[in-house]
Design a protein around this ligand. Structure first.
Ligand code: 5GP
Length: 125
């Protein structure tokens, strides 16, 4: 069920619980700004989620409310995860779903990194 990207942050959302260590994840990267882990239901040979450590529902409030340091730190972390996974030379895809039309299901900002195969056209037509 898609979430409302304008709703207040829910501290009990699943990714908040992963950040607090209440739910396990297959971690691939962590720094001061971000945590990256394998998606539980991978849709590509490599499917990693990168989430900011701050309480942001979606790209909407992150881009509007986060500090410059948090934005820089998060964007650099996404690039680092892709680099560490060896995805730069073959290429990869980033995706951030937002709200109803974007079909965002977890109410904590996450960027999907997909890699390991040729993806073809950007969206189904
Ligand atoms: P969205 O549709 O919100 O962009 O994507 C949410 C993603 O989170 C989905 O790809 C889903 O498989 C993943 N996901 C949902 N719950 C969990 C979980 O508990 N652990 C992990 N690792 N991924 C999850």
């Amino acid at each position: 069920m898609p979430i409302d990207p304008t709703a207040p942050y829910d501290p009990d959302n699943i990714f908040a619980r992963i950040l607090r260590g209440e739910i396990p994840c297959k971690k691939v990267y962590e720094d001061e700004y971000a945590l990256a882990f394998h998606d539980i239901n991978p849709q590509a040979p490599l499917h990693v989620l990168v989430i900011p450590k701050g309480p942001y529902v979606s790209w909407e409030d992150f881009s509007a409310q986060a500090s410059d340091a948090d934005i820089v730190g998060f964007v650099r972390a996404v690039g680092q995860v892709a680099r560490d996974a060896g995805l730069v030379e073959p290429g990869y895809r980033l995706l951030a779903n937002v709200g109803q039309h974007g079909h965002q299901e977890v109410a904590h900002l996450h960027v999907h990194i997909f890699g390991g195969r040729q993806f073809g056209a950007m969206l189904p037509r």
